[in-house]
Design a protein around this ligand. Structure first.
Ligand code: BGC
Length: 935
């Protein structure tokens, strides 16, 4: 028995922990033992050999709060913990880990900005999201070269320890004495830079030496100044690139020196990165490399002087996992298309870029363009329309006889295919590797079944998750690459099954709070592209899709501030997600309430309303333009961009009250979890009032909803807007709508997550299964059958006749069905926050031979596997230590305990309650093999 996976605030041995009163977590590894439960623990915290804190307690092992005073910043701590478990009188051995606190007092940052000699970034962009490039100059002309910065300094001796803290306006990487610092991509990451800017911390102890040392930095436009978001607008945060750093060097005697930028820093734009835009692409001229530029001895006398300026921005310590190169995908084929072009196929839609090896004469220029699909004929198709969406890299060879290998540095693309031009020899697949780039999250969930098509669907969701959790949670990694709040609101539950997204989303929520308006407004995108409200590039509402710019407070988008922390709390058990965001949630909900009182739905403008109707509508938040049930299939057509606003027009009036009411319900639960009892009852009462008002205004005398869209029925049922007496009427409407649509879904972004649950909870289980296994468009398996390797933005992105649309092939929103695969087909659900208690309720009536899935809970992996065996089903459940799981089978099934487990006191018959509780059995920790039989 031992303790493993020691973390502080969700982080394993962080070098710059931004929290000075961290909570501690560990896991019990109990081998094959069952019913293992921690009874007691002891924890000690040291710094430099001195005991700082000591604590002991009982069964808690996740986010244990033992400190009653702040720790010091910029300090290394060691901690160790041991535990006693129920079945063993001896403690576990001590397990130990370390962490370092960040420089938290960043207001005291005295290092200055290094502002190199540079051409300011010019404004470019188009208010029309689908407009082609207006500036046709070659990239090397309209964009600017990356900047190299160089600081030489002397150290009297090699350090005992050294930390480099750095950030930039732009994106950067650093080198010390010719060696790359760290392995991250696109530091400092993407934030609402005008509100906050993250500082990275690197351990550079081994890169420094006595005598001369050189720190080099390369800076490119990145999200700060580059052509980003769907308008492709540059210099959204600023037009000059700058970097700032402090190098804290501790000698063997404990004395520290801090090296900051000074007037001796030199810069140049003469390096090999001739231009680099995070969206457009990179142009690299290998003939212009600067060998030795970041090491002593290089002659930088011809480089430019820099300007130094005070740092006045709000700096924060970076939180979470940086973006890294996370996987490599060797090319699977080099195609010659019917049009005679050369296209490299990587077999998988991904976010990243291509590393290649090429041999040819110096000066040869090769070009790679990136796209996610081929057209119906098999030709290269740039599926991303819009301004500054080139996704094109250029490489100019230095002409090395043995060949040369290159990968871009400051850009990434959404692609599966790369079109090749200028390649000097016959290209071979082995020359190319796709480098997958993503926030480096631990993907530890797993899901597999006997149905290869469902396995592919799960695979597609994981790849869309990986491609879109890149610095911030994005809609898609090629077109907008933007932190649309609605998309992650929808996808968050699925995300938590596949990966640990705690810190990633905590960092993003920090931005959401920073960007919240004083009136409580949660932006539709975070970080919110600033071009949306800048006077020199007013969005044009008359363009196709231009109505989008009128949308500010959007139902289901802004509600991310309530729903995302709620999901994180349920799945991780961390109540801090609620506490930290509570004020922001309340302010958002208050904004919904105020706007509800002020505006009527456009449909009712000028209509004579009774007093009661007026009073009801004053409670219903539906007078604001919003995205409605975005991309409702029957209302939108991938081939016709103008159709995109039809779902908002038709459904905005409905989704507004649904989400405002649901947010109030969640707020009641959240306030309760935070011990704010009075507020909890107030929210619950308001939620009930919204639902009552809605039912009075939108249900007819027979209890039916007047609107005929499937998504409206789904949300009304799932969010409890239909009074009990009328639920059956609305259930029938939903079932009729599904049948009328050929048993195919017709739900948009907002209702999609609730379609299968609404049917399931209404007792329509066969119909839910039919929809999941449907293969006609629109359906999940239709995409799988068309060879999808990720989840598409539009169900009909490839039409049944093979026509390929201009949309994103990597949008995770509709991938939320993955949560159904885990929660229903494998049946893994949290019964209490953080899975301290879990329910295993697999759908044994599903048309499958077996399912095997696991979620990595804070206590360890929770696994549910089942396999048919004649008419019976063998079930394997693995329950992490210190937790328990209740196995509940569908009605008509019963559990029998066989073999060594027969009559075991470990498994107790549970109380059979509700439709799912045909045979409840409570299990303690450990692995259990059970048998389910019909009867
Ligand atoms: C994005 C979405 C986003 C939406 C807002 C689209 O262009 O790609 O995923 O949520 O706009 O309606």
């Amino acid at each position: 028995m031992q303790l493993t996976r020691l973390t502080v605030e969700h982080a394993a041995e962080p070098l710059a922990l931004p929290t000075l009163r961290p909570r501690f977590s560990w896991r019990l590894d109990a081998g094959d033992a069952r019913h293992v439960r921690q009874e007691r623990y002891e924890l000690q915290l040291h710094t430099g050999g001195t005991l700082v804190a000591e604590a002991s307690g009982g069964g808690e092992s996740v986010l244990v709060d033992v400190l009653d005073a702040d720790l010091c910043e910029r300090t290394r701590y060691e901690w160790r913990v041991r535990a006693w478990v129920a079945v063993d009188a001896e403690p576990t051995p001590w397990a130990s880990a370390w962490f370092e606190t960040a420089r938290v007092d960043l207001d005291g940052w005295s290092a200055r900005w290094v502002d190199p000699a540079q051409q300011p970034v010019t404004r470019d962009g188009s208010p029309n999201p689908f407009a082609p490039n207006v500036n046709d100059d070659p990239n090397e002309v309209k964009l600017h070269p990356a900047k190299h910065l160089r600081q030489q300094f002397t150290l009297a001796s090699a350090p005992a320890s050294a930390r480099l803290r750095m950030t930039a306006q732009g994106i950067y990487f650093a080198e010390l004495n010719g060696v790359r610092v760290g392995d991250e991509c696109f530091a400092p990451g993407y934030e609402g830079y005008h509100k906050l800017l993250s500082v990275q911390t690197y351990d550079v102890t081994d890169s420094l030496r006595a005598g001369d040392n050189v720190l080099g930095v390369v800076l490119a436009d990145g999200w700060f100044a580059g052509r980003i978001a769907f308008t492709g607008t540059s210099r959204q945060y600023g037009e000059r690139l700058r970097a700032t750093w402090e190098l804290e060097v501790t000698g063997a005697d404990g004395a520290t020196t801090i090296i900051r930028p000074d007037a001796g820093v030199r810069s140049t734009t003469e390096g090999p990165f001739r231009c680099a835009d995070i969206f457009i692409g990179e142009s690299y001229d290998a003939r212009r490399e600067l060998p030795g530029w970041s090491a002593p001895g290089f002659d930088a006398s011809g480089w430019d002087a820099v300007t130094l300026a005070p740092v006045t921005e709000h700096l924060v310590a970076f939180l979470g996992e940086p973006v890294r190169r996370v996987l490599e995908l060797p090319a699977v084929d080099v195609l010659t298309t019917p049009a005679g072009e050369t296209v490299v196929d990587f077999g998988q839609v991904t976010a990243g870029r291509v590393r290649f090896t090429v041999r040819g004469p110096a000066g040869t220029k090769v070009t790679l363009e990136h796209a996610e699909v081929l057209d119906a004929e098999g030709n290269y198709l740039n599926n991303i329309a819009g301004h500054n969406k080139d996704q094109t890299d250029h490489y100019v060879l230095r002409g090395e006889a043995g060949g040369e290998t290159w990968e871009p540095e400051f850009t990434f693309h959404g692609f599966r295919y790369a079109r090749l031009t200028g390649w000097p020899t016959a290209p071979a697949a082995s020359d190319f590797t796709a480098i997958v780039i993503a926030s480096d999250l631990a993907y530890e969930g797993s899901w597999a079944s006997s149905d290869p098509r469902l396995n592919q669907l799960h695979h597609n969701v994981v790849w869309s998750q990986r491609g879109n959790l890149l610095a911030v949670p994005t809609d898609c990694p090629q077109r907008e690459r933007a932190g649309w709040t609605g998309d992650i609101q929808i996808f968050a539950p699925a995300a938590t099954n596949n990966a640990d997204v705690s810190l990633f989303l905590a960092r993003w929520l920090r931005n959401v709070r920073a960007e919240q308006g004083e009136d409580g407004l949660i932006p539709i995108i975070v970080p919110m592209p600033r071009a949306f409200d800048e006077p020199d590039a007013p969005p044009d509402a008359s363009d196709d899709g231009g109505e989008i710019f009128a949308i500010q407070a959007a139902a289901g988008w802004g509600d991310a501030i309530v729903i995302v922390p709620h999901v994180l709390w349920r799945r991780t058990g961390d109540v801090a997600f609620l506490a930290r965001n509570y004020d922001a949630m309340v302010a958002w909900s208050d904004l919904q309430r105020r706007q509800a009182a002020e505006h009527l739905p456009p449909r009712l403008a000028g209509v004579q309303l009774s007093e009661r109707q007026r009073a009801n509508h004053a409670l219903l938040w539906n007078g604001e333009p919003n995205f409605g049930d975005w991309l409702t299939p029957s209302l939108s057509d991938a081939a016709d961009p103008a159709s995109i606003m039809e779902a908002p027009r038709r459904t905005a009036e409905y989704v507004g009250p649904f989400f405002a009411g649901q947010s109030l319900t969640l707020l009641a639960e959240i306030a309760d979890a935070l011990g704010r009892d009075a507020e909890a009852s107030d929210f619950a009462a308001r939620a009930a009032e919204v639902r009552r008002a809605w039912a009075e205004e939108y249900l007819d005398a027979d209890g039916r909803i007047r609107e005929t869209l499937m998504g409206v029925f789904v949300l009304a049922l799932a969010f409890g807007f239909v009074p009990e007496a009328h639920r059956d009427a609305v259930r029938r409407q939903l079932v009729e709508a599904v049948h009328a649509n050929g048993d195919r879904l017709d739900t948009g972004f907002l209702s999609g997550p609730y379609l299968l649950p609404a049917l399931w909870d209404a007792g329509e289980r066969d119909l839910a299964r039919t929809l999941l296994w449907q293969s006609e468009c629109p359906s999940w398996l239709y995409e799988v059958d068309r060879g999808a390797t990720t989840i598409w933005e539009s169900w009909d992105a490839v039409k049944p006749d093979g026509t390929v649309g201009m949309s994103s092939f990597n949008h995770y929103a509709f991938g939320i069905v993955d949560d159904w695969l885990f929660g229903v087909l494998a049946g893994i659900r949290e019964a209490s926050p953080g899975y301290r208690r879990a329910v295993i309720a697999p759908d044994l009536d599903a048309p499958l031979e077996w399912v095997d899935a696991a979620v990595d809970t804070p206590y360890g992996p929770l696994r549910s596997a089942w396999r048919r065996d004649g008419g019976a089903v063998g079930l394997t459940v693995e329950v992490p230590p210190s937790t328990e799981a209740e196995v509940r089978l569908p009605s008509g099934w019963a559990i029998v305990l066989e073999g060594p487990d027969a009559g075991s006191p470990d498994a107790e018959g549970g109380d059979a309650e509700g439709a799912d509780a045909g045979a409840g059995v409570r299990l303690g920790s450990g692995r259990w093999d059970l048998r389910a039989v019909r009867g």
